[in-house]
Write a protein that binds this ligand. Structure first.
Ligand code: HEM
Length: 139
């Protein structure tokens, strides 16, 4: 059986990542890499210099996206993830920077390989939808 099938049901993914503390550690690593690696300079420059609120927003969003509590909504209100990026010029280059940065962060955190692969497969979907919304095309 495909081990990845266990994720995506109820809170399974959220628990596997280590609940809110795990998601926050992942987001912290993600933004630390984005801030230090020249290949992510473009997308880092689109964020505020002080990354703390962006990190808080992304962490709370990912908690609910992974099946955990709806903390983003409670603190920041409702969000449409495509519309939230519409002011940015996300092309395939920046989409891939974001995914590659997330991939590096996941690889550094000692998660099981099936969890890493599952998360990257799933994150590719909204990342591509964001690119399409920003470019106004579905290609
Ligand atoms: C496709 C590549 C992506 C790029 C280049 C990107 C870039 C950014 C940038 C620059 C911001 C800050 C915007 C601002 O302060 O004005 C942001 C915010 C955010 N991003 Fe992304 N992002 C991408 C994909 C994603 C994905 C796949 C997710 C979630 C699965 C995500 C979740 C968020 C959230 C929750 C926020 C905070 C938005 C808010 O609260 O208004 N992003 N992103």
């Amino acid at each position: 059986m495909n081990q990845k099938k266990k994720y995506g049901q109820g809170e399974t993914t959220y628990l596997a990542v280590g609940k809110e503390a795990g998601v926050r550690a992942l987001v912290e690593r993600f933004y630390a890499l984005m801030s230090s690696r020249p290949q992510y300079q473009t997308i880092r420059s689109w964020h505020p210099e002080d990354i703390s609120e962006s990190a808080d927003r992304l962490a709370l969003f990912l908690c609910s996206w992974m099946g955990g509590p709806l903390g983003y909504r409670a603190k920041y209100g409702s969000i449409n993830i495509m519309q939230a990026h519409k002011h940015l010029n996300v092309t395939d280059v920046e989409r891939d920077q974001w995914l590659s940065c997330m991939s590096e962060a996941l690889e550094q955190l000692n998660y099981s390989q099936d969890l890493v692969e599952y998360l990257l497969e799933q994150l590719r979907l909204p990342a591509e939808r964001i690119r399409q919304t920003c470019s106004g095309t579905s290609e």
